[in-house]
Every structure is written in structure tokens, then in C-alpha cells.
Design a protein around this ligand. Sequence first.
Ligand SMILES: [Cu+2]
Length: 315
Amino acid sequence: MDLTTAHDTNIFSYATDQARTIVYLHYVDLIICFGILFTVIGLVTYATIKFKARPGDAEPRQDEGNVKLEITWTVIPALILLFLGVLTAIVMNSVNPPVGKLQADVIVNAHQFWWEYRYPKTGVVTANELYLPEGVNTLLEIRSADVIHSFWVPDFGQKMDAVPGHPNHLFLKPFARGLFTGACSEFCGAAHSLMRIMVTVLSPQDFKAWTESQLKVPAAPTETEAVHGQELFMSKTCVQCHAIAGTDAKALVGPNLTHLADRKTLAAGMMANNVDNAAAWIVNPQKYKPGCHMPKMRISKEEAHDIAVYLEGLK
Ligand SMILES: [Cu+2]
């Protein structure tokens, strides 16, 4: 699976305006916390050396508290906490502003164990590989079709839970192009760790071209193997769960396969997308993703090959 072109991720990296704001808040927190740490270490070290008892010293003066000092060390931390609290509230409001009646640009519907992406404004439907335009503040509505999942691309900042019956929202304004990776981050069942997220950020022009290509209905197959593959696909149980535009397959249980050939990977990052891997997956999906909701069916290697040739011709 070639995800080597993905951006490197670490705790300080960020690729959206929202994530940058969060990382900057983190820096302010860190600087203040280190400031406190070094002040305390400094004072303790100074006091330990300066006031060390020496042989022959008299008994030290016995004090009973110091009101001025106690007020100081209560008020200063209270002010620091107030400052950080207000700063955090400002950042939260700028990163997650009220959504109001805004319509989402992308509806992210989490499933055991894959992601459906719908663009309601254009009608594009795809799975596992999300595309976003650079420099555009995009509103994602995060939903779940079954259990609680969590949408998390580390370079985009926040994790957002996908809760059945309770849509959550996430604004993303990416400022860098390229591939970003993430994963489901709420335990959701057997194949939870095999539920990867891939996000490609394109220039606005390329994003428009991508949208147009996704809206095209793929041409009917002409090659013998692919024609046979299509017949098999339509006559086997595949149509109970999958949709392919321009055909009778309209089910929404599994990923929409209309433009399968455009995906880099199969089954949410499990393997590189090519005819051989698709055929192997179709013969026995449970081998690659134990517990996934695509059953092992009675399909021979030859049949699976022809179906795979058909699906990999869908552009
Ligand atoms: Cu999940």
C-alpha cells in the first residue's frame, strides 16, 4: 500500500488553520507551565542552600503562617488559570464556532469498519479516502451508522466522535496540499484498528476537477472479462450491499464502488488497490479484515478475478 507520500505527523505538526490555533494555545500553556516549574525549582534550590542549618545554629524563629505570602500564592495562580481559561474559551470558539443552519460540505458517516463521505452540495459519494480543497473552510458533519467511532487526522487537530443519532461538526481549513493519514480513535469493534482515514488536500481547481470526475457515470465494460465480471456482480449478493452509479446496484450497506479504481487502497487502507488484491478481498474479506461486515461468499478465484477486473475499470 503506497502511503509513503503522506505527510509526516508529530505532536507539533499541523495542516489546518484550526490545528495551528490549537498548537499555538498549547505553546502558550507549555511556556507558562515551564515558567512555573523553573520558578519553583529555583526558589526551592535557593532556600535549600541559603537556609541550610549549620552546626551551632540557634533554633529558627517559629512562624505561624504569613498572610501576605499566602494571598500572593493564591492570587497569582488564580490569575494564571483565569488567563488560560479565557484563552482556551477563545480558541474553542474560533475552532468550533456555532454551526447554526449552515449546511455541511461533507457528511462523514462512520461504519464498522469504514468511512462513507458524502458531499451533499454536489452529490459526490465516496468511501475511505476524503478529498478537501486547500484554503477553503470546509464543514464536516460527523455521523455514525452503528456504534461510536471517532474521526481523527492528527495534523487536523481535534478528534471528533461519531455518535449514532447525534451529528457532530468539525471545521477544517487546510493550508497544505498532499496526503494526510488518520485512524478511528474510539474502540468500535473487532476491526477498529483497521479503519484508516486518508485525506488528500487538492488545490481548489484540482478539487473541482476531482468533483467532476466523481460525478461521471463510469462507462459500461466492453472487455470480455469485465463484462463477465459485471454479470457476476449483478447476479451475486454484491448488489445487496453495494452501489455503482448507472447500474441496478443501489444498496448502501457497504462502500459505494462507483469510482473504486480511483482509490489508493482497499477496505480503508488494508491493501493497495489493484486487480489481484481486489480479487483476493472478494474471495475472502474476513482474512484481511476479521469481523468486517462483508461475508466470505462462495466465489471462486476465477469469478473473483473477473469481478475485480470489472470493478477496477470503474473510473
Ligand atoms: Cu471505528
